[in-house]
Every structure is written in C-alpha cells, then in structure tokens.
Design a binder for this molecule. Structure first.
Ligand SMILES: Cc1ncc(COP(=O)(O)O)c(C=O)c1O
Length: 384
C-alpha cells in the first residue's frame, strides 16, 4: 500500500533513513561525526535506581496516567533550583515518552486545521511532521548567521501564526539564546493568539554562559511551554524520557492527548529520572565541561587554519560552511572519500542549511584530535 495522503505530505526523515546505514569511505579509518547523542554512559546512580525500580511490584502495573508525584515534584524542584521558575506539578507539567513524541504531538494540542506554524530554518527536522499530522501549514522562520540565528520579531510576519518552535542551544547551528531574547519574545507575543514552544533538548550544553529557560522570562507561562529531554544532558537517549512544562492550557491539551495515546509512563523510568533530577546536577556540569573542552579544541584548529565556521556557543555540533563552489552533498562526499569522515549535510535542516554541514563532537577526544588533524587539511579548499 502506498503512504496515506497525510503521511505522504511528510518528508522522509533523513536521519531515520541514514542511521545505521553502511557507508563506503576512503582508505583512512572511518570517524563518525554524524552522531547526535553524547558518547558517555548513563551515570551509575541512575542505573542503580533503575535496577532497583525494575523489581518493585508497583512498577509492574498501570500507574497514574499523569505520572508519579515524586517525579513531578522533582521536575518542579529542578526548575526552581536551576532557573528560578515556579511550576504547579499538576497543571503545568506533562511527562513525555521522549521529547520527540511531545514535539510532534504539540501542533495537535495547540492549533486548528489550516493554522500556520513557524519552524526554525535551519532547525531540527521533526517538528514539521507534527504540523502535517495536525493539518497545519508549516512556514519557515529563517535564521541567519548575521543575527546569531536569533529571529528579529519586528522583521517576521506572524499575523497568521498560531505556534512558533524555537530551540536553543540550536541543533544544528550551535547558537544560544539570551534571557533578553526570551523576554523580547514573550513581550512580543503576550496577549496575541501566537503560542511558543521552546525545545530545550541541549539545556546542559552552554559553553560561555548557562542556557536560560524561556519560562524565566516575565509572563512566559501565558504564552509558552518548554520541552526538556533526559537524552543529551544525562546520556539517556535510549530511555525515551522528557517532559513539557509551562502554559497550563497547552499542558492540559498535551495531557489529554497522552491519556489516549499512552497509558502513563513506565514507573521504573520515572524512578530513575527522579534520581537524575534530584541527585545528578554534577553530571550536567561535567557534561558541559567535557563538551566545552572539545569546543575549544575545534575552534582553535579551525581558527588557526582559517576555516570559516559559526561560533559554537552551546550544543554538541559544529555548523561548518562548505568550501567555495561545493554543495552540502559535494562536501559530505569529499569528507567521506578523502578524509573518511562521516558528517551530516545541512539541507535536511531546511533551505538555509544548504552550503553547510553539521559536524558532531560527541566523540572521545582522541578521535576528535584525529578528526581535527584531517579537517585542518581542508584549509586549501577554502582558499580556492
Ligand atoms: C533539537 C532536538 N530536539 C529534540 C530531540 C529529541 O530528543 P529526545 O531523545 O528527547 O526525543 C533531538 C534529538 O536529537 C534534538 O536534536
């Protein structure tokens, strides 16, 4: 059977298609810089909590659909401690089986069919699927390097926009938001029909300043929800846990949606993630330090070899401009054949992504060092 008309509207997921695919490369050993998850293991404390939780009888059965009280309280206390944001655990928190799940469900929970949704370009690729599934109309929110990939709302027509996706630290560009930007955003949309979702998947990775929560902006809960993931900061991408917090109306819609699509979240996951939030702040600090060190290594080499690149302020990716006269696909092929480096082309991240490639630094420092030696040889290509 062909795809249904609804699914046919949704572009194939580039990463779904290519993940795990066998690649052919040049003579050097392959270095995979296309990965999108940090390379370390889940902290032992979280594994121990999970092991203990698996055998608990209460976790073998259906639980309260909206989640265990102690998990929701841990979320509330995490937001208070890190961002000074006060949340109501019952009305302003919704658990998600992976943030991807919530991000794709959100348009169905916020917009009416035919409504317009702005998606960052370049930006994370999966938001668009959610817009189509809700019969919405995706529109590009063009982000440019000149503006550090932050939108200037006065220059964007949002008169017909019902929902805007933002994500900082940004995948793929490595740009970050400031508290001032979030306050301007909230001030601009407060009292309008436009709602905001801030995808905070890379919260832990802020290299020159801690990453702000959009909910810390004054009035934010009138307009915005924020989506937090355990995947990157705590090295837990396989567990599929995240949550949405903020605007109570959106959260109520998300909760209703999830009571029909999931019968609550596995209790052992909730117990393990409670320990992550309550006891593993040091993991987040270490994670950021490890990636900051790698960021410094990359920027040193690229600067020394006059290779143009966007400054990496947060996240786990370098957004590298292609050499003159090379498309993203040409450059990916070159890197694979000549340098045995696998990277991701820029175009799956949107029209603005053409002319760039995304290079992950979620690899150990020895491999990164080798990758940088190879990347340094690109200097000549940029002078062509
Ligand atoms: C920007 C962004 N948001 C959300 C996700 C999804 O993360 P999760 O594992 O929580 O579904 C990813 C995963 O790569 C991401 O890069």
């Amino acid at each position: 059977m062909a795809y249904t008309s609804l699914l046919a509207q949704i572009p194939e997921s580039y990463f779904g298609k290519t993940m795990g695919r066998k690649v052919t490369h040049g003579p050097l050993p392959l270095i995979n810089l296309a990965v999108g998850i940090p390379d370390a293991d889940t902290p032992q404390r979280i594994l121990d909590a999970l092991t203990e939780a698996i055998v608990k009888p209460e976790n073998q059965k259906y639980l309260a659909f909206q989640g265990k009280t102690h998990f929701k309280e841990a979320i509330v206390s995490f937001y208070q401690r890190h961002f000074g944001v006060t949340l109501d655990p019952e009305t302003e928190v919704c658990l998600l089986y992976g943030t991807k799940n919530g991000l794709v469900a959100l348009p169905t929970c916020v917009i009416e069919p035919g409504d317009e949704v702005l998606l960052p370009d370049p930006g994370y690729t999966d938001y668009e699927a959610g817009v189509h599934l809700a019969h919405g109309v995706p529109k590009r929110l063009k982000l440019s390097p000149e503006q550090h990939y932050l939108p200037n709302w006065d220059a964007v027509d949002t008169s017909d926009t019902k929902l805007i996706y933002l994500t900082y630290p940004n995948n793929p560009t490595g740009s970050v938001a400031t508290p001032e930007f979030f306050q301007q955003t909230i001030d601009h949309f407060r009292g309008t029909p436009t709602k905001i979702v801030h995808d905070f998947a890379y919260q832990a990775f802020g290299f020159d300043a801690p990453n702000p929560s959009i909910l810390a902006a004054k009035g934010a809960k009138d307009v915005a929800v924020e989506v937090f993931s355990f995947s990157k900061g705590y090295n837990m991408s396989g567990y599929r846990v995240g949550f949405a917090v903020g605007n109570a109306e959106i959260i109520a819609n998300l909760q209703k949606y999830h009571t029909h699509t999931q019968a609550g979240m596995y209790g052992a996951l909730q117990d393990a993630c409670t320990v992550a939030l309550n006891e593993c702040d040091d993991t987040l600090v270490q994670q950021s330090e490890v990636f900051r060190r790698r960021r410094d290594m990359i920027e040193d080499v690229l600067t020394k070899h006059h290779i143009p690149h966007e400054p990496i302020k947060g996240g786990i990716f370098l957004w590298l401009q292609c050499p003159p006269n090379m498309s993203s696909d040409d450059f990916i092929t070159y890197l694979l054949q000549e340098q045995s480096i696998l990277a991701a082309p820029g175009h799956p991240f949107g029209e603005e992504g053409e002319g760039y490639v995304r290079v992950s630094f979620a690899i150990d420092e020895q491999q990164l060092d080798e990758a940088l030696k190879r990347l340094a040889t690109l200097e000549l290509l940029y002078q062509a």
